[in-house]
Write a protein that binds this ligand. Structure first.
Ligand SMILES: *Cc1c(COP(=O)(O)O)cnc(C)c1O
Length: 463
């Protein structure tokens, strides 16, 4: 199994190489050269399996010979051992035909743990085998950073630096990043918003001297291994609801297009998914793009669902690559245009292809709060604001003949202020992290400046 770049100008890599590399050297994203298929019988055989066994069967064909079967089994088992629900990703019924897929039972209470806990295991195993060490730098709108720090802290083969937008993450998110006291963990508060943090991260990857000097590795949602880990729960959920003999739709609260792109891969593998609905908050570049065909950056406007306050959805490039029949030169051109003018127009053919798979909707701040309030009062569920965006859009777009699964991307206690303001109920943290507010914090404030960031990182890893 080989991985190729969406811009067509970088070498093809193995699974392990693509995982350690993150962003391709031509600025593109790695995708599998071919998509392995799961037959109806393969999907039927998932009924009743553990999450871990489902994960093994769904991911195995993508891994090639990077990991042996035994090792891969063991790494999956370790990855999900710290989750506090036996099903790992349980389904809860919200209303007739409408289900929530709870993805917040991992150590940092958001779906990012599914991918991050696994790639922590995969990185450590692969780097130890090679006798190498890497420097992981990530940009976060809140949840990726805490999940990465939790997955990599204390490991021997990595330093982890996380850039988060100063003052724009929730207190729980910030504390999850600033309270781990391992020497290999560095939380950096950047003066800027998430898109700026992500842009500086891309700049670091494009500074090849720096990239090679510090052995830079990325674990943002552009990392293929993260997308792959998220494919699994689409299979586990759909199998629970009767796949392959019944179609299911999904609604996914979306920012960087990573989680929903995993659903797209599941569909390409043969999982009978009717529609994949993109749910955005007021930062609605994806919804506008699906409606008008124009992908146009606006300015980020902070919301009560901060992990989706994004104007450039990096993983969308992967969906475009397929919609343009895998024409890397065409994608390169669109991305240059985006860089230069702040927008591009999707071709009519590509737009129709995208609309075949994806629906879209947006929820305003008022609609999000109203949904939290209503779900609590009428359905007995306390939703995090991101999940509420999903539930609102799912209700708008739902076809009653097809079961709808909305992804519950975070635990409500991760965003207690917004949840309390909407519902009157302050969700308590799970007992295992009840002392989060008492632990001392460690963080460094940094300017939105590439040279300053690179200097700081080199100084820290030299110690
Ligand atoms: C990251 C995140 C999202 C958005 O996921 P993408 O993969 O970036 O689309 C939604 N909700 C929560 C709680 C998140 O942490």
């Amino acid at each position: 199994m080989k991985y190729i770049s969406t811009r067509g100008q970088a070498p093809a890599l193995s699974f392990a190489e693509a995982m350690l590399t993150g962003l391709a050297r031509d600025g593109g994203l790695y995708v599998p050269e071919t998509i392995p298929q799961m037959s109806a019988a393969d999907i039927r055989a998932l009924h009743g399996l553990s999450y871990e066994e489902t994960a093994f069967r769904v991911m195995r064909p993508f891994v090639g010979d990077s990991f042996s079967d035994d090792v891969f089994h063991d790494l999956i088992a370790s990855a999900y051992a710290n989750f506090d629900h036996g099903a790992r990703a349980p389904l809860v019924q919200l209303a007739p035909g409408h289900f929530l897929l709870e993805l917040f039972h991992g150590p940092t209470l958001a779906f990012k743990d599914f991918a991050m806990q696994l790639i922590g295991q995969l990185f450590e195993h692969e780097l130890t085998r090679r006798g190498e060490r890497v420097c992981i730098v990530g940009a976060t709108s809140g949840d990726t950073g805490s999940a990465a720090i939790e997955a990599f802290r204390g490991l021997d083969a990595v330093d982890v630096f996380i850039l988060y937008p100063h003052g724009r993450v929730s207190e729980v998110q910030r504390r999850q990043m600033t309270t781990p006291d391992n020497a290999n963990v560095h939380a950096l508060a950047i003066d800027g918003h998430f898109d700026e943090a992500q842009a500086r991260l891309k700049d670091m990857f494009n500074d090849f001297d720096f990239r090679d000097r510090v052995r830079l590795a990325g674990v943002n949602s552009i990392n293929w291994a993260r997308v792959l880990a998220q494919v699994v729960y689409y299979f586990s959920a759909a199998a629970s609801l009767g796949a392959p003999d019944r179609k299911v739709s999904f609604t996914v609260p979306t920012g960087n297009f990573g989680d929903i792109f995993a659903g797209y891969i599941a569909r390409r593998m043969g999982l009978p998914i009717a529609k994949l609905n993109i749910a955005t908050n007021q930062n609605d570049i994806l919804h506008r793009c699906l409606e008008t065909g124009e992908y146009a950056k606006g300015s980020v406007s902070p919301s009560i669902s901060p992990s989706m306050d994004i104007q450039v959805s990096s993983n969308f490039e992967r969906a475009l690559f397929d919609a343009y029949d895998r024409d890397g030169a065409a994608i390169s051109q669109l991305m240059d245009e985006l860089q230069e003018t702040g927008s591009f127009k999707v071709s009519q053919g590509a737009l129709e292809t995208l609309r075949d798979t994806f629906g879209s909707g947006r929820a305003s701040e008022e609609e999000t709060s109203a949904t939290i309030r209503r779900a609590q009062a009428r359905m007995g569920e306390l939703l995090c604001p991101h999940t509420a965006v999903g539930v609102k859009v799912a209700e708008d777009l739902r076809d009653p003949a097809t079961p709808m699964v909305t992804l519950a991307t975070a635990h409500p206690a991760k965003f207690p202020d917004a949840v309390e303001a909407a519902s009157g109920i302050r969700p308590p943290l799970p007992i295992r992290m009840a002392d989060l507010y008492d632990r001392p914090e460690r963080s460094t404030q940094v300017p939105n400046d590439l040279a300053a960031l690179e200097t700081l990182i080199e100084e820290r890893i030299a110690k």
